[in-house]
Design a binder for this molecule. Structure first.
Ligand SMILES: [Fe+2]
Length: 415
């Protein structure tokens, strides 16, 4: 039987507790996440907020509006009697991919939306925020308990868009010949570990996936058993120094190192280095949230596609871990920098776990319909909001994507 949103989400959500007044807990959690979105948007001018530098990226203004539409559509629209949408056209403009929620504006044309203005989106956000807070205050404990899991889906959804706001504006700024700084004081986080250091996983059967009722996305369930190992995993992330050695050894121009699709992508896209790298007077620089900076050899490499990660690993005579290997090692605390710097590509296809069923209704489109032709990334990145990481979290992107903060750690077969 297909589970409901309530059943698949949480009976004890992690962003708020039910120990004291649920309405207040919900309001606090809701406003904290909503305010973080606005904090991330604050340094951006109205012009910055409109740009869509490629079809995969979205304007900051659109992210701000779409996350608002999500609460309007799925919370207020479906559960707050008498609520009228703020604007009759916004569902069309700001629905992303929910076919069952109605027709929508083309994804690749989001940058055409000079109107509504950034200020009008601010007004839209304030209107929906006020309506949601009023709903929380008036709904009553029983209804709020039933709504809490849906609210947490909405908050985690908004946190995912907060990460995209960083990566999308960075991609846009990286196209600018006069590279702007989102935040001049921003710094790439320091790696917690360095050097070649391998951990071993002996052969064993392990539980994979999210256990318990705390918040998780449906794709992390159900818990199932998997045979893992024997395998060796690198304790540390691959660094820019490692990557420069790969480049110097002809890594980008040696077809035998690459998957066929990967070499075609590298050739067509003229990849010679990770994304956002620029060579200036013989020295590599990288576009960061603080503007253009010299590449730091000690930092973990970022903005690489699956294809590049795979080629690098083959150049080293190694490969990428599976997501199960990653989860077992991370759960045991064996990996440095598993979280908070770069998402790590795995060689696991983004597929349903055994026993997976998408949730009912429009939110069933959240994860399940993307389970083809993408690869799983594990961990989290420097752009991931606080409280959004889990050892069972399954991120996913197409193998050519490299505008996220994506890196890798290596795996090797045990002797
Ligand atoms: Fe979304």
């Amino acid at each position: 039987m297909t589970k409901t949103v309530s059943a698949i989400a949480a009976s004890r959500p992690s962003l708020f507790s039910e120990k004291t007044g649920l309405a207040d807990e919900l309001i606090d959690a809701f406003l904290a996440v909503r305010n973080e979105t606005e904090r991330r948007a604050a340094p951006l001018s109205p012009e910055d907020q409109l740009i869509q530098s490629m079809p995969d990226a979205s304007p900051a203004k659109w992210h701000r509006a779409h996350t608002t539409w999500f609460f309007e559509q799925f919370l207020l629209g479906e559960h707050c009697s008498g609520y009228k949408p703020y604007h009759p056209d916004y569902a069309f403009l700001f629905n992303s991919y929910y076919v069952s929620a109605g027709p929508r504006h083309a994804r690749a044309r989001r940058g055409d939306l000079t109107r509504p203005s950034a200020d009008e989106i601010t007004a839209y956000r304030r209107h929906v925020d006020a309506a949601v807070v009023k709903f929380f205050r008036e709904a009553g404990e029983e209804k709020l308990s039933a709504m809490a899991p849906l609210v947490e889906v909405g908050l985690n959804h908004e946190q995912q868009h907060q990460e995209l706001m960083y990566t999308d504006i960075l991609h846009a700024f990286a196209q600018n010949p006069i590279p702007p700084a989102y935040d001049p004081s921003w710094q790439f986080p320091a790696a917690g570990g360095s050097g070649e250091d391998w951990i071993e996983l002996t052969e064993g059967i392990h539980s994979i996936g999210h256990a318990g009722d705390s918040f998780h996305f449906d794709n992390e369930k159900p818990v199932h058993r998997a045979l893992v190992g024997p395998v060796r995993l690198a304790r540390n992330l691959v660094t820019n120094a490692d990557w420069i050695a790969f480049m110097a050894d002809g890594g980008y121009t040696t077809p035998t190192l690459w998957l066929m699709d990967g070499f075609a992508a590298a050739t067509n896209e003229q990849w010679q280095a990770p994304g956002h790298w620029r060579e200036i007077d013989g020295q590599w620089h990288i576009m960061t949230l603080a503007g253009l900076k010299p590449v730091d050899p000690a930092s973990p490499v970022s903005h690489i596609s699956y294809y590049e990660a795979d080629a690098f690993a083959r150049w080293r005579g190694q490969h990428l871990p599976t997501e199960m290997e990653w989860e077992v090692a991370a759960r045991a605390g064996l990996l440095n920098d598993a979280f908070g710097i770069v998402w790590q590509w795995t060689r696991s296809a983004y597929s349903p776990y055994p026993g997976y069923r998408a949730i009912e209704g429009a939110l069933g489109e959240y994860n399940g319909k993307f389970m083809v032709n993408q690869l799983v990334l594990r961990g989290s990145s420097l752009a991931t909001p606080d409280g959004h990481s889990r050892v069972t979290y399954r991120n996913f992107f197409y193998p050519h994507h490299r505008w996220q903060f994506t890196g890798l750690r290596l795996a090797d077969y045990a002797d």
